[in-house]
Design a protein around this ligand. Structure first.
Ligand code: BTN
Length: 273
């Protein structure tokens, strides 16, 4: 397939690729939306069920983490899932790890070198391939739903990236030099995701965080972490059992960070990688 022939990505292709029982059973598919997360939130507010999928060929106001915008031209996989898991059995902060693991497992069928960067990024060779935007709604101390937005640069050509993103971002198409079926990839992502969600109540978070760490590109590296409390530089030594990032600074002190953005300053690897 040449770049000009965009891979077919209609409801029919999607339905025949989905092998899940709950995720993606209801599909809202659009040629263009402001943001799939935004529509998913509106639908969830009206009571839309667990597993409903909102997907769009392009987004005009794609949202990234920390108020950033997300470049969403045609050819990418831009989607959001509404999740209403049984919160008595699942820690909400584990959902982003579950999503990342599902995406990396599905992508490894296409390319081996996709890695996870804490807490929610997908990278290949230090260039960003995708990201996860997790949003939630709670009433008092009770969660009502989660919106899990995934942006994955699938069939984006180099010339679809703005100049400022070219040194920082990549796509599966740029790496593989061939078009990837987004319907098949989405089907795989949702299948891995559902399996992990079903496994979790019986086996807990430990197997998930352990698998997640095997795909991490930052463990053992010297990193700079931008946190709400300021910047911390040090070696990323591990993730805690709950998924917090553990950084050892130059004085030997360990910082346990639960929210932030990681930048690699070196790529020294440890046996984790
Ligand atoms: C990040 O900042 O890395 C997270 C990016 C998440 C982008 C996706 S694209 C689909 C969904 N809809 C949005 O508006 N954002 C997420």
């Amino acid at each position: 397939m040449g770049r000009e022939e965009v891979d077919p990505f209609g409801e029919q292709e999607l339905r025949s690729s989905l092998k899940t029982e709950q995720l993606g059973k209801t599909i809202y598919l659009y040629p263009s939306l402001e943001s799939t997360n935004l529509l998913a939130k509106q639908l969830a507010e009206k009571g839309e069920k667990h597993g409903a999928l909102v997907i769009s060929e392009t987004q005009t106001k794609g949202q990234g983490r920390l108020g950033r915008s997300w470049h969403s031209p045609p050819g990418g996989l831009w989607f959001s899932l509404i999740l209403r898991p049984d919160f008595s059995k699942l820690m909400p902060q584990h959902l982003t790890f579950i999503a990342g693991l599902a995406v990396v497992q599905a992508c490894s069928k296409i390319i081996h070198s996709v890695s996870l960067r804490w807490p929610n990024d997908l990278y290949v060779e230090n260039k960003k391939l995708g990201g996860i935007l997790t949003e939630s709604r709670a009433k008092g101390d009770r969660f009502e739903y989660f919106i899990m937005g995934i942006g994955l640069n699938v069939n984006l050509a180099e010339n679809q990236l703005p100049e400022e993103l070219k040194p920082l971002a990549t796509s599966l198409y740029i790496l593989k030099k061939e078009q990837i079926s987004r319907a098949a990839l989405l089907g795989d992502i949702l299948l891995h995701w559902e399996k992990i969600l079903n496994h979790y109540p019986h086996h807990g978070f430990a197997p998930i965080v352990n698998s997640w760490k095997k795909h991490a590109d930052f463990l053992g590296a010297f990193v700079k972490v931008d946190t709400p409390a300021g910047i911390i530089k040090g070696t990323a030594v591990d993730l805690s059992p709950s998924g917090a990032l553990m950084i050892q600074d130059q004085s030997g002190l360990i910082h346990e960070i639960s929210c932030g953005d990681v930048r690699l300053l070196s790529i020294v690897r440890t046996p984790h990688s």
